[in-house]
Design a binder for this molecule. Sequence first.
Ligand SMILES: *[C@@H]1O[C@H](CO)[C@@H](O)[C@H](O)[C@H]1NC(C)=O
Ligand SMILES: *[C@@H]1O[C@H](CO)[C@@H](O)[C@H](O)[C@H]1NC(C)=O
Ligand SMILES: *[C@@H]1O[C@H](CO)[C@@H](O)[C@H](O)[C@H]1NC(C)=O
Ligand SMILES: *[C@@H]1O[C@H](CO)[C@@H](O)[C@H](O)[C@H]1NC(C)=O
Ligand SMILES: *[C@@H]1O[C@H](CO)[C@@H](O)[C@H](O)[C@H]1NC(C)=O
Ligand SMILES: CC(=O)N[C@H]1CO[C@H](CO)[C@@H](O)[C@@H]1O
Length: 539
Amino acid sequence: MGFPPFLLIFLAVCPAFLAQIVEDTALLIDATVKIAETDANYVCATLDWWPKEKCDYNDCPWGYTSLMNLDLSHPFLANSIQAFNPLRLRLGGSLQNRVIYDVGNLESRCHAFTKQEDGLFGFSKGCLHMNRWDELNSFFKKTGALVTFGLNALHGRQRAGKRVWGGNWDSSNARDFINYTISKGYQIHSWEFGNELSGKGIGANVDAEQYGKDVIHLNNLIDQLYKNFQPRPLLLAPGGFYDKEWYEKLLEVSGPGTVDALTHHIYNLGPGSDHNLVNKILNPLHLNKIANTFSNLSQTIEMNGPWTSAWVGESGGAFNNGGHNVSNTFVNSFWYLDQLGMAAKYHTKVYCRQTFIGGNYGLLDTSTFIPNPDYYSALLWHRLMGKGVFAVSSNSSSYLRSYAHCTRNRAGVTLLLINLSNQTQYRVSIESSVHTSSHANEKSNHKKSFIHGLKKTFSWVGSKSSDVTLSREEYHLTPLNGNLHSKTMLLNGLPLQLTEIGDIPSLSPVLVNIVSPISVAPLSIKFIVFPNYNSPGCR
Ligand SMILES: *[C@@H]1O[C@H](CO)[C@@H](O)[C@H](O)[C@H]1NC(C)=O
Ligand SMILES: *[C@@H]1O[C@H](CO)[C@@H](O)[C@H](O)[C@H]1NC(C)=O
Ligand SMILES: *[C@@H]1O[C@H](CO)[C@@H](O)[C@H](O)[C@H]1NC(C)=O
Ligand SMILES: *[C@@H]1O[C@H](CO)[C@@H](O)[C@H](O)[C@H]1NC(C)=O
Ligand SMILES: *[C@@H]1O[C@H](CO)[C@@H](O)[C@H](O)[C@H]1NC(C)=O
Ligand SMILES: CC(=O)N[C@H]1CO[C@H](CO)[C@@H](O)[C@@H]1O
């Protein structure tokens, strides 16, 4: 026996102590129809080019995590990627536009990235040697990673103004590099064109019309080079910040079928040096602001490029390496999981976290390679949240964030609850009721059907639901010692730590009788899997 498409969750808010100020909150999941669908591998993380000399605010948090020198033999690294089976990795970042691939007929010798005052981002061009590329690919093969590689879109262009770069892209180096990659049999899921050159650009920008022509050129190149090689990788662009006119122009010039996914970057917490980062992360009004970007991009695609789809190609929360003592601690998961939930609702197919390792925002610690709290948040999302996204309606305060998806690779629905409140303990009881099909037709009027649904449910409470003996799975996330700045996350009260041999711990739920109340503590996060939830929208 399954649960009906409309499950009502009744949240009774009640202080942990004596005073019985009860504030009820109710959530309604419409599992009859999905409102969006992500890629099967939605969770993605980046590897960047930054050398250890990349510093901001007297903080140099990159160490040896560059694609050029990351220790690929470190067992924690391989284990933490393999645990996703598979993990999507996007290789790129600010310096990618200035990478020279050491293959084919290079006009000049190529050197490692070095500090250079007048260089773009303060660095010279940098050289990727093919033996390093071989090592990287053998590592990706071993760990089963799905790789997106960002190409050097400034190659051959000239500075035409303070930030403006003009002239055609010189594709010769990329052509030789891709050809080499094919000749070695390396699988690349997608080639991405450029990094943060859209709109006003970060450091440099390129006109959308010029960019569109270059993208067509790259598309032809990929067609040509992959003629006898399956599968043909996808083409992604532009890997920059969303700018309505620029993105629309790119789609118009490049034309139908050229750009397979439109990538954009998000840093909605501002600079990593901001002392107010935690307040921004815990402020629902701040978190909501970025919905406007998702919504506009989604519209841009609908109106100007229905053949393509949206990816977040890079998102680190706070820019310039992330926030010291924030991005690598428990509190960041409020931002990160909320982003994963929000982006999926706006038709985002893939969401790449800056970074897998490197900077303060790494999922792994830069020097120890030990997973930070967000690593486990990412892994839980990946294992529990499937492709289908459902609308959740609620009368709760905006401090309670809720997202529902089909459960990944099995029946049922997974609900993600994020409690941003520092004072409210939720006591949650679940009730379910059978709704007539006419309710499904009221979806268009959410408020009305919601209230109507509640009334129906209340008349039901106690009778049917009490004979249900099924269970749900709960994954409750809190910080060690209640310290939001802890680097240790607790799952159901126990610290998540690598095993003695360096393996990722198993992420086990507690099984709870479906009729017993759920409690969501202040400043905590809970994934709840309802395996028996009747969810026609997932089929
Ligand atoms: C939400 O709806 C439930 C059921 O009608 C009600 O008991 C509760 O007080 C409402 N909560 C808020 C915050 O409006
Ligand atoms: C690709 O590389 C092969 C050698 O592996 C070479 O023979 C061929 O000419 C190259 N093709 C292109 C289009 O560069
Ligand atoms: C989204 O579009 C609206 C309406 O065109 C505009 O006012 C707003 O500035 C846009 N926001 C972003 C982030 O693009
Ligand atoms: C991190 O921030 C917390 C709270 O501000 C503080 O107690 C702690 O000492 C900080 N730790 C480091 C390593 O900066
Ligand atoms: C709880 O959060 C509010 C803002 O949401 C803040 O003003 C208040 O100081 C916080 N209380 C505690 C005990 O941290
Ligand atoms: C529903 C609920 O508990 N809302 C509270 C969440 O936390 C904020 C800030 O702590 C309160 O202002 C809300 O009332």
